[in-house]
Design a binder for this molecule. Structure first.
Ligand code: FES
Length: 64
């Protein structure tokens, strides 16, 4: 799904950026341009990022 309409950024792209090292909304803004226009996507983008990072942490700990 599209998370950032202004820049046509999807949740898939946010997860991929996290896999490549993005750890904050600022990282997503720098790498993808998320939340650099109207910023209505900021909360959703942060949520997608945090959820993906938590999933990675569970998988790494073997809790998944
Ligand atoms: S929807 Fe992301 S900056 Fe507007």
């Amino acid at each position: 799904m599209y998370v950032c309409i202004c820049n046509a950024i999807t949740d898939h792209e946010i997860r991929k950026a996290a896999d490549l090292g993005a750890r904050s909304l600022d990282d997503l803004s720098s790498s993808l341009g998320v939340a650099t226009c109207c910023r209505r996507c900021a909360d959703c983008a942060r949520c997608v990022l945090d959820e993906h990072l938590a999933t990675q942490a569970c998988a790494a700990a073997g809790d998944d």
